[in-house]
Design a protein around this ligand. Structure first.
Ligand SMILES: Cc1cc2nc3c(=O)[nH]c(=O)nc-3n(C[C@H](O)[C@H](O)[C@H](O)COP(=O)(O)O)c2cc1C
Length: 328
């Protein structure tokens, strides 16, 4: 049996399983897949939405978008062409996407490389080294992002200082709010055996000496941080023309494509979302964009600190917790 003859539901379920490597806010993995016939459907799981930090579901949808792009990468690596419909059912806002198999194509080395990179990509919260990210690398990451109709605005030095003030304000607002702290504590810390959340092993053991403060997880983790800084890091705002569910989904697809490209170029990525969660700082970011569009996420791009090993991979839910396969 050639690959093209394999049962479609099995092909789609495998792609959904590979999409489990996708990044999500606080590793919530707020998605559920249904593989049936020629189609793979993605649904938002509202029980894993951050009700306090993300009441509109912006970060949930961005997270689901990363899973859509991961599934597409997995299918391309198996030689499938696909069509993607976003928000395919106007009556069901939780039905975020439908990926349909449309035919067979040759597997390119690029598709295979992206597939392998999905397992390597991770979030690195350590400071970055003093080696700046090459302009060609930033251009290549931006190209990967713009393929989804989203763009990256790379911040100037003055704007980085403005971002630093916004990030510390957003963290202060969140850490002083008991409801925010309770929600954070649910998703963060410990060794997370249940397959979700951010374990201590990927949280810095002390706050890195960076201009822009990383998210305050309100606990020290066990990740060793060196003496690096973020002087050589680039900061960019991901933005686009709309601020609705379908836009956020596309932003997630763009984030995933850009992050895989960055990983292949040896560039570490750290998302900053507290500045998006707080309406006031989201407004500040909008101002930095000079009304070019709506901000979705801030990314720190850097060259990894070479003095210490990178953080381990975070846990994931089991396939049977996120995928339904409908036979027939
Ligand atoms: C939409 C989104 C927002 C995120 N926001 C932050 C953040 O503010 N701070 C942070 O340290 N990590 C952030 N992350 C990284 C996640 O915590 C990370 O992807 C998740 O824990 C899974 O770990 P991994 O990326 O190493 O696989 C974000 C990721 C996504 C997709």
């Amino acid at each position: 049996m050639s690959d093209g003859d394999r049962p479609r539901a099995a092909v789609l379920a495998e792609a959904a399983q590979a999409a489990g490597y996708a990044p999500s806010v606080h590793n919530t993995q707020p998605w559920r897949w249904r593989a049936a016939g020629e189609a793979l459907d993605l649904f938002a799981v509202r029980e894993r939405q951050l009700d306090v930090a993300d009441p509109e579901g912006r970060l949930l949808a961005i997270s689901c978008g990363t899973a859509v792009q991961h599934a597409r990468v997995a299918l391309a690596a198996e030689g499938w062409t696909v069509a993607v419909a976003r928000m395919p059912d106007p009556a069901d806002r939780d039905h975020l996407a439908r990926i349909t198999l449309t035919g067979r194509t040759a597997v390119t080395p690029e598709a295979m490389r992206h597939f392998q990179t999905m397992r390597l990509r991770h979030t690195d919260r350590r400071p970055v080294s003093d080696t700046p990210v090459r302009p060609e690398a930033i251009a290549a990451i931006r190209e990967a992002v713009t393929a989804s109709g989203i763009d990256l605005h790379v911040l100037t030095g003055d704007q980085i200082l403005e971002l630093a003030a916004a990030a510390s304000h957003a963290d202060k607002v969140e850490t002083e709010d008991p409801e925010q702290r309770e929600e954070l504590a649910y998703w963060v810390g410990g060794d997370r055996p249940e397959g979700t959340g951010v374990p201590d092993a990927v949280i810095p053991s002390q706050a890195p000496q960076t201009t822009v403060p990383g998210r305050d997880f309100v606990r020290a983790g066990t990740l060793t941080v060196g003496s690096g800084h973020d002087r050589a890091a680039a900061y960019a705002i991901m933005y686009g023309p709309g601020d609705e569910l379908a836009d956020w989904l596309l932003a997630g697809e763009a984030l995933s494509a850009g992050w895989l490209a960055a990983t292949e170029l040896g560039v570490t990525v750290l998302p900053f979302s507290s500045v998006i969660e707080i309406p006031g700082t989201r407004h500040t970011l909008r101002g930095m964009l000079s009304d070019l569009g709506y901000p979705y996420l801030v990314l720190r791009l850097g060259t990894a600190d070479p003095d210490h090993p990178g953080p381990p991979h975070t846990p994931r839910l089991r396939a049977d917790q996120t995928i339904d396969v409908i036979a027939g």
